[in-house]
Design a binder for this molecule. Structure first.
Ligand code: GRF
Length: 205
């Protein structure tokens, strides 16, 4: 009986959430191993973080695989070849098809920088989320980790953490605080929770 599942982290950009996962290896995350990092962007700094941590990485771009469908087909091929059990979207800026989310049902999780159901769904990504929160004047925002289904930001919620909005916040200052106080904490914790759940399911079989 194995004691760790295989995790793939999908990224597109800076990869601070990937870094939080790397830093949580063997401390918070004990039920899984980060086996693979996949980027859909060749210049993502996240790829450098993977390399520095000794984690295998691959780049799968729409341009190189003839569009979204080709990219997804290659993604599935790689995930299956690497025997991946859990897919973590950590700033992955590409919407996955309903077919893909169905194939990996309850095996894909995403981090979103607001308290879902506020400021989420299509068009709410990156700084736009924080701009919308400031425009609305909310006093509390935060981050959510959720399972991914065919509805953008619509799957079952796994963990949330609230963060105060402060007077004078800009989208940039708010984004940084939400990352530091919420995202980098609940993403590793959620990965552990889901990984432990998958192991438990296997042991009961
Ligand atoms: C984070 O704000 C995350 O919530 C969102 O995309 C951003 C990724 O940042 N889904 P990073 O690449 O992890 O630094």
């Amino acid at each position: 009986m194995r004691n760790k599942i295989n995790i793939a982290v999908l990224v597109s950009g800076g990869g601070t959430n990937l870094q939080a996962l790397i830093d949580a290896r063997d401390t918070v995350i004990t039920s899984g191993v980060i086996k693979l990092v996949v980027s859909n962007n060749r210049t993502a700094y996240a790829l450098k973080r993977a390399e520095a941590a000794g984690i295998k990485s691959v780049c799968i771009t729409k341009a190189e695989f003839g569009g979204a469908a080709g990219m997804e087909a290659e993604l599935v091929r790689v995930l299956v070849a690497e025997k991946i059990d859990l897919i973590v979207l950590a700033g992955f800026m590409s919407i996955l098809s309903a077919g893909f989310t169905k194939r990996f049902e309850k095996r894909i999780i995403n981090i979103h920088p607001s308290l879902i159901p506020s400021f989420c769904g299509e068009g709410y990504y990156g700084l736009r989320v924080h701009e919308a929160a400031l425009k609305k004047g909310v006093k509390v925002t935060g981050a959510t980790v959720h399972f991914v289904n065919e509805i953008p930001d619509g799957g079952e919620i796994i963990m949330q953490k609230a963060v105060r909005v402060l007077d004078g916040d800009t989208p940039e200052t708010l984004q940084k605080r939400v990352m530091r106080l919420a995202e980098w904490k609940i993403l590793p914790e959620s990965v552990e929770k889901v990984s432990a759940g998958i192991l438990k399911q296997e042991q009961q079989r």
